[in-house]
Structure formats: structure tokens, C-alpha cells
Design a protein around this ligand. Structure first.
Ligand code: SIN
Length: 485
């Protein structure tokens, strides 16, 4: 490893401002998905240590909520600046632990940093209200107060950005947090704990616990002290958290699975649509909740689009993300490879043609070739299950109403994409698509300043943007009576 890009991460958890091991001494390994080499081992914490982290966060909350917003902003900004100062080291760590190509890893460090800097500013603008009164003797105030201790449960696909998108908002609002990074990417979570400490965040405001998802999740959900949980992950786990939240009436934000349609209308700019399709489908090797999962192409341009898309897919280089030429890194594990494989085989058995997709057997067990399927039909598994891999099925459509119906025919509602120029159709489709995010003539849309989140089984709550901080605030109505007139 080149020392100049090494970022040292303590191989311990961060609770109450101290680096700790599990009481049992149990540990688990972080594995490089490209080489299957062990990168490090980290503590396997359970319920007992999670309770300690919750207690630390509860204690720290008393002081943190009382600090001036400007002081919280200053510390958050410093946390963000440190991400920038360690950008290369953080990016290399991310590529090694998660697999994404280095150029994308650098992009994720910037993206993650943007949430800390954004919420440092938004925390200064968490305004309340003064309501025109209905009584002569009273004044009506609305205060926005931090919800309290937050449990932040994050996924492996964006192991920095999904933490900072939650943590930045929580800290800026005056909350404290217990962060549970995904089991596949604990080092990235601990790297952020190191920077939080270096930035001077008071002990207990940020706690990072690695270990068993079930035990830690249950401890967070059952705790009366944890007043909010924000989770990004599968719809299945999200539903479990909804059920578990009932006993303590916990506030939840859930960013769950997706099954994004990508529509190319008859008047679309084909080259731009191909470029957008590549960006949306193959970002992070197809492992994002907002990756296009099914492509509806107007019949008048299906053949040209398919040909150009196939050529672009064939030009993608698969390999270790540390190699500067790599476009597609490994998938996270063998289960992810098997799912992509199953979707391709099922589609082939049901009549799909392979327009692009060559084997890379020599690379290792976690690599899957970017694959383009032609002549897909609704009965194929890939048309209704989230793939989370680099496979793209193409279908033809004829009418606008028909395609809107097909696009909405899913329990999911996170992101949808379409390409077209007719202003009437653009507006009609943008309104008709039943999704939290609609991206028109663009394959990318994520930004710290825009609200991210879904509808239906894709969850509820919004992250980022002005509204992102509101998720961490309770609204209190104060009536001030007895005021002489
Ligand atoms: C996700 O896959 O959940 C996050 C993607 C993004 O923020 O763009």
C-alpha cells in the first residue's frame, strides 16, 4: 500500500469519546471484495455495548443541544474540512473496502463532505415561527427542538455519504447519535469517527458501533432514549423497523429499496439518453437504490438506442477499483453476484437476448460483467425485483399512457428517469410518475441541496436539502398568555 494514500483507522469502536473493544473480545473481518483479502478486523459489538453508546449519547445531548448553533456549525464545518484534507486516503480506503472505482470513491468523499458542510449552514437556519395570534392576551410561538438521541443505520454501498447525510443533519439540529455502519464496510464508518474526534466534536455526540445488525438494531429500536432512527437499506428490514418502532413510538426516516424505470420517449436526444442510461445504471456497478432497473424505449428508436447502448456497455472495463482504467469494480459479495446471475438466466430462459455482456472469469468470484438484455418482457424477475447489479433489460413501448402505467406498476417509488423534449409530455410524465424523485434528461440527480427519498414501499422521510434537518427536529407550540394589551 502506498503510504501517501494510507488512512489509518483504529480497529476499535468509538463510544463516549473512547476507542473500545467488545466485552466478549469477539471480532469480525473487513474484506476487500476485489481480492477477498482481509483488510482488518473490528469489534463485534452487541446489545450491551450499544446500550453504553446510547447512554453516552444521552449524556452528551444535554450539553450539545444547549450550545449555540454557530458553535455546532463550526465543529461540523471542521469535520467536513477534514474529509477534504484526507480525501485521497479516504477514497483509497473506500475502494479497498467497498470495491467502487477510485474515481467514484473520490466522488463519494466529495458527496459525503457536502452533507457536513451543507448542514453546518442549515443548522443556522432552523427557524421557528411567530404566528399571528387569535387572542389579544396571547402570543403564539413555534420552536424547533432537537429530537434527542438518534440511531443511524447505514448501508455498504455509500459507506461515507449515507452516514454524513444522516449525521450532518442530526448534529446540526442539536441531536446526538449512535451510528451503526454496515457489516461489509465497518472501516469507513470508523474512519468518520476518527475525523469526528479530530474535529473536536464533544465526547458522546458521535458514537460508532460495529457488529451484529440484529442485536444492535434491536437495542436501538427498544430503547426509550433513542427518539429517532434513520435507516437506509432493504424494504424488508425497513418493514421490520416500522413494526419494532411501535412500542416506543419512535420517529423513523426510511430510505428503502427501489426499482427505477428509465423511459426514452420518441423525441429524446438518443446520445444523451445513452449517456444518462450508462450513468444511472452502472454507477457503483449498479449497486445504488436509484440505479435504473428497467428501460422502456419508444419503438421508433429502440434499435438505434439498443445498438448505441450495447456499444457503450461493451466498452466498460471491469477490474479492481484501484486500477485507474476500471469502470466497473467487484460486486460486494457472492450473494450479489448470484442475484445478477439469476436475473440474467431467468431473462434468457424467458426469451431475452444478450446484447452485450462478456465473462471475466479470471478476475475473481465477485465480478459480474455489465450485461444488456434485449427483448425483455414483464414476466421476467428483473422487471419486478431490484437487481442491485450491472444488468439492464430493454423493452419497447408505443404510447405515453401505457409507459406511465408500466413504470408505476411496482410497489417501489424511489426514483424514475425519462428522456424527451416535448414540454407538455415532460410535465405530464413528471406529474404522473409515482416516485419521490423524477430525473428528466439526466442520469444523475443526487445533491446535498435536493430532497432525497421515496414513496410507497421505498420508504418515507427526506434526506439532504432544507427539509433534511427538519427530520431531526420536533415542533413545539408555545402559547404565551397573560400578556397585557
Ligand atoms: C442510495 O443508493 O441509496 C444512495 C444513492 C445516492 O445518494 O445517490
Amino acid at each position: 500500500m502506498d503510504k501517501s494514500v494510507e488512512f489509518t483507522v483504529p480497529e476499535r469502536c468509538y463510544i463516549d469519546g473512547a476507542w473500545v473493544d467488545s466485552t466478549s473480545g469477539d471480532r469480525f473481518e473487513s474484506i476487500d471484495p476485489a481480492t477477498e483479502e482481509t483488510l482488518a478486523s473490528v469489534p463485534k459489538l452487541g446489545a450491551a455495548e450499544t446500550h453504553r453508546a446510547i447512554e453516552a449519547a444521552e449524556k452528551a445531548f444535554v450539553d450539545w443541544r444547549a450550545r449555540p448553533a454557530t458553535e455546532r456549525a463550526r465543529l461540523l464545518r471542521r469535520f467536513g474540512e477534514l474529509m477534504g484534507e484526507h480525501k485521497e486516503g479516504l477514497a483509497h480506503l473506500l475502494t479497498r473496502e467497498q470495491g467502487k472505482p477510485l474515481s467514484e470513491a473520490r466522488g463519494e468523499v466529495d458527496y459525503a463532505q457536502s452533507f457536513l458542510l451543507w448542514f453546518a449552514e442549515e443548522g443556522l437556519r432552523l427557524y421557528g415561527d411567530v404566528i399571528p395570534s387569535h387572542r389579544k392576551d396571547a402570543r403564539l410561538l413555534v420552536l424547533k427542538q432537537p429530537v434527542g438521541v438518534c440511531g443511524l443505520i447505514t448501508p455498504w454501498n455509500f459507506p461515507y455519504a449515507m452516514i454524513t447525510r444522516k449525521l450532518g443533519a442530526a448534529l446540526a439540529a442539536g441531536c446526538t447519535a449512535v451510528v451503526k455502519p454496515a457489516e461489509q464496510t465497518p472501516l469507513c464508518g470508523l474512519a468518520l469517527a476518527r475525523l469526528a474526534e479530530e474535529a473536536g466534536l464533544p465526547r458522546g455526540t458521535v458514537n460508532v458501533v460495529t457488529g451484529e445488525a440484529k442485536a444492535i438494531g434491536k437495542a436501538l429500536m427498544e430503547s426509550e432514549s433513542v427518539r429517532k432512527v434513520s435507516f437506509t437499506g432493504s424494504t424488508e428490514t425497513g418493514k421490520l423497523l416500522i413494526a419494532q418502532s411501535a412500542a416506543t413510538v419512535k420517529k423513523l426516516s426510511l430510505e428503502l429499496g427501489g426499482h427505477a424505470p428509465f423511459i426514452v420517449c420518441a423525441d429524446a436526444d438518443i446520445d444523451a439518453a445513452v449517456e444518462g442510461a450508462m450513468a444511472s445504471k452502472f454507477r457503483n456497478s449498479g449497486q445504488t437504490c436509484v440505479c435504473a432497473n428497467r428501460f422502456y424505449i419508444h419503438e421508433s428508436l429502440y434499435d438505434v438506442f439498443a445498438e448505441k447502448f450495447a456499444a457503450a456497455v461493451a466498452s466498460l472495463k471491469v477490474g479492481n477499483g484501484l486500477d485507474a482504467e476500471t469502470h466497473i469494480g467487484p460486486l460486494i459479495d457472492t450473494a450479489a453476484v448470484e442475484k445478477s446471475q439469476r436475473h440474467v438466466e431467468d431473462a434468457r430462459n424467458k426469451g431475452a437476448t444478450i446484447l452485450s455482456g462478456k465473462e471475466h472469469a479470471s478476475l475473481g468470484r465477485h465480478f459480474f460483467p455489465p450485461t444488456l438484455l434485449g427483448d425483455a418482457t414483464d414476466s421476467m424477475q428483473i422487471m419486478y425485483e431490484e437487481t442491485f447489479g450491472p444488468v439492464a433489460p430493454l423493452l419497447r413501448f408505443r404510447e405515453e399512457e401505457e409507459v406511465a402505467k408500466l413504470a408505476n406498476d411496482t410497489p417501489y417509488g424511489l426514483a424514475a428517469y425519462f428522456y424527451g423534449r416535448d414540454i407538455g409530455r415532460v410535465l405530464r410524465l413528471a406529474e404522473a410518475l409515482d416516485y419521490g424523485i423524477v430525473s428528466v434528461n439526466s442520469g444523475v440527480f443526487s445533491s446535498e441541496r435536493a430532497p432525497f427519498g421515496g414513496v410507497k414501499h421505498s420508504g418515507y422521510g427526506r434526506e439532504g436539502a432544507r427539509v433534511g434537518i427538519e427530520e431531526y427536529a420536533n415542533i413545539k407550540y408555545v402559547l404565551l398568555g397573560g400578556i397585557a394589551t
